[in-house]
Design a protein around this ligand. Structure first.
Ligand code: ADP
Ligand code: ZN
Length: 709
């Protein structure tokens, strides 16, 4: 059985070996047993039912909650040459009838449909008249009433057990917690299912959490190392989503907004663009994400704190489904906590529920201030033990320094206490720094013993300290009032001098381009590979357009990358690349070989670089910065700039960053003579060592196009 499965894996999917427990799961289901599969996003759940479906006779029925998910999977299967179809409300009555007769004739191997569709009596009767290979229930956690994705229709799927006692069923989810697991078993009648529990670690994701200083600058620094990568930026509010999306566009990053307040058409259009185009950034509230199957999301950035570790894990988990390096980056500050706590307090729900949510938020905070490995902490929260630090998160890579904060912490707590436990950090810091202003004077706080005791530290240091005190539960936020700070019970031992306090020392906030936002993942391809990588991507994009599917359905990034690295020169070499099955080899093999061999025309690629160059220049980057960004030589960049100026696509000011006087001098040098514009060579000597020669070409191009010389 396993041998056959291996063959299907290689011939159809183009993969050499099973990942994790895929092999065991496939064997179990292919031989007729039930299975419950818990595997993280990107773990490779789909193969667990797709391979057995191909090994068994009859129609495989896949239950999936979202149309977008179904369409994506059907497109992927069709590209592999597998007869798959989705039955959903987007089909007309005629199309549905047609599909039904194709199914009856045995021409469809895999049928995707929504749960409410499946449990209709007519559908059940129809399926009972057929030979069914298996039932796969994807996103099985939707059966849980406690989860966020509860779908009442899932509850009815339990009847499959009685109505199809001899058909194997496999339920799959990426939701980790025990309660959900048990609910799936009971409600779907999977008592006899073998359980396959994988580690929930996402080893390819690099985690980094930084204190929020100047969030937009910090975000830019992070993004500047990930040009032309697709990613998601999460914000808490709709307003912020729109502002940040606009800001990024202004800075030359292609970004789209997504939140529940946008018209349906806009949302659908933006989502579609995100899936189909490459290198787009989606700025979104948490309304965005469920059902996003895009495998090459390279980063997820949080500009606001998620409300729990569950949410953080799920949201960051959308990065790097293809297994290639990906980043989870977050900037967080105390204000986030105040806001979330207030939102929570004002939300509906009983006290017990609210208390639970507060605890979840506290766990999230603790991760932010964690001094040990982030991944160990995250996995421990999901009851998974990771014996060694991961070596692949900011704390592991940068190391964390701690310092003895006992004395300043007591001063800070004392400031909270003496001012009456109702002020926010702004005022508390004024008091500690001894700043006399209207507020301190009107409250008489300049007479307090703590007034001015903290002058030795900067405002920033105090801010960090207060944030950590809250994160450690030594102070808490008065959410019934105005969000001021109060003492909590657990700070007493510290105030009494019974314990000391070690806190994490913040590294200097870095917002420059060469920043601490660098991670091992920040560049998928090396500079010298870039040109060919872009050529491969361009071909993939073209094929995707022709076939009306997203690019990653043609080939995932991992396959493209392996092509780039292994440089196949024949179809048989090409067949060895992971992710290239028989069908894709036949369809696309030659075209990709041509690109690798340098035989294909690449006008489109050059066009793409030109396009990017223009947006970078418009966004205010200097020619040298553009060189770095596009990994092009200085000469090439100036040549392309001059061409763009000649075509009136850029102004001279946009293209260059010369001081005004120098610019005038160069222009005058060209205009001095009579009649024809002098050549660059004839004036180059004059500016030698003062401006790069490329500048002269640009100025000449501008004058030429301006005066039609
Ligand atoms: P999940 O549904 O668990 O999030 P997918 O089924 O979408 O994950 O798989 C994630 C990616 O990993 C896909 O691009 C898939 O083709 C790839 N993949 C799955 N199994 C293997 C394997 N055995 N070898 C190589 N790639 C695999
Ligand atoms: Zn680590």
């Amino acid at each position: 059985m396993l041998e056959q499965a291996q063959r299907v894996l290689k011939d159809i999917f183009g993969y050499d070996s099973f990942r994790g427990r895929q092999g065991d799961i496939i064997e179990r289901v292919a031989s007729g047993g039930d299975a419950l599969v818990l595997m993280p996003t990107g773990g490779g759940k789909s193969l667990c039912f797709q391979v057995p479906a191909l090994l068994r006779d009859g129609l495989a029925v896949v239950v999936s909650p979202l149309i977008a998910l179904m369409d994506d999977q059907v497109a992927t299967l069709e590209e592999l040459g597998v007869a798959a179809a989705a039955l959903n409300s987007t089909l007309s009555a005629d199309q549905q009838r047609d599909l039904a007769s194709r199914i009856r004739r045995g021409e469809v191997k895999m049928l995707y449909l929504a749960p409410e569709r499946l449990v209709q009596p007519r559908m059940m009767a129809f399926l009972q008249s057929l030979d069914i290979a298996l039932f796969a229930i994807d996103e099985a956690h939707c059966v849980s009433q406690w989860g966020h994705d509860f779908r009442p229709e899932y509850l009815q799927l339990g009847q499959l057990a009685e109505m199809f006692p001899n058909v194997p069923r496999i339920a799959l989810t990426a939701t980790a917690d025990k309660r959900t697991r048990e609910e799936i078993v009971t409600r779907l009648h999977l008592q006899n299912a073998e359980r396959f529990l994988s580690s929930f670690d996402r080893p390819n994701i690099f985690y980094r959490i930084v204190p929020k200083e100047q969030p937009r600058k910090q975000l830019l620094a992070f993004l500047s190392e990930r040009r032309s990568d697709a990613g998601i930026v999460y914000c808490l509010s709709r307003k912020k989503v729109e502002e940040v999306a606009q800001f990024l566009c202004d800075q030359g990053f292609p970004a789209l907004p997504y939140h529940a307040g946008l018209p349906n058409e806009t949302r659908a259009a933006n989502q579609k663009r995100f899936l189909i185009e490459e290198g787009l950034i989606m700025v979104a509230t948490i309304a965005f994400g469920m059902g996003i199957d895009k495998s090459n999301v390279r980063f997820v950035a949080h500009l606001d704190l998620p409300k729990s570790l569950e949410a953080y894990y799920q949201e960051t988990g959308r990065a790097g489904r293809d297994g290639l390096p990906a980043d989870a980056w977050m900037a967080y500050g105390l204000q986030d906590v105040v806001m979330l706590k207030q939102m929570l307090q004002n939300s509906e729900g009983d006290e017990r529920h609210k208390r639970l949510e507060h605890h979840k938020l506290d766990a999230m905070l603790a991760l932010c201030e964690e001094t040990r490995c982030r991944r160990q902490t995250l996995l421990a929260y999901f009851d998974e033990d990771m014996p060694q630090p991961c070596g692949h998160c900011d704390n592991c890579v940068d190391g964390v320094q701690t310092w003895d904060a006992t004395e300043p912490a007591r001063q800070a707590l004392s400031a909270i206490y003496r001012t009456g436990q109702r002020y926010g950090t702004g005022h508390l810091i004024d008091v500690l720094l001894g700043r006399e202003n209207e507020k301190t004077r009107s409250m008489g706080h300049q007479h307090l013993s703590v007034f001015g005791v903290g002058k030795a530290r900067s405002e920033g240091e105090w801010r960090t300290l207060f944030r950590q005190l809250v994160a450690r539960g030594l102070a808490d936020i008065d959410i019934e009032g105005y969000g001021g700070l109060r003492l909590s019970d657990s700070c007493r031992p510290l105030l009494r001098g019974e314990v000391t306090l070690e806190l994490r020392r913040e590294l200097k906030p870095q917002t420059s381009v060469k920043s601490s936002s660098a991670s091992p993942a920040s560049q998928l391809v090396r500079g010298d590979e870039r040109e060919q990588w872009e050529a491969l991507r361009a071909l993939r994009r073209k094929l995707a357009e022709e076939h009306g599917v997203p690019p990653y359905v043609i080939f995932p990034d991992s396959t493209l990358l392996e092509m780039l690295r292994s440089q196949p020169t024949s179809l048989s070499d090409m067949a060895k690349v992971s992710g290239i099955g028989a069908r894709k080899l036949e369809r696309y093999g030659e075209a990709f070989l041509d690109v690798l061999g340098g035989q294909a025309d690449t006008p489109k690629v050059v066009a793409d670089i030109r396009h990017e160059l223009i947006s970078l220049a418009r966004a205010g980057m200097t020619p040298m910065q553009i060189c770095g960004q596009l990994k092009c030589s200085e000469k090439n960049v100036y040549t392309m700039l001059a061409e763009a100026i000649g075509r009136h696509e850029l102004s001279l000011d946009q293209a260059l960053d010369l001081p005004e006087a120098l610019m005038e001098e160069v222009q005058d040098a060209f205009l001095d003579g009579e009649g024809e514009l002098p050549s660059v060579a004839s004036i180059a000597e004059q500016f030698k060592g003062r401006v790069p020669e490329g500048v002269l070409y640009c100025v000449r191009a501008a004058l030429q196009s301006e005066f039609e010389l």
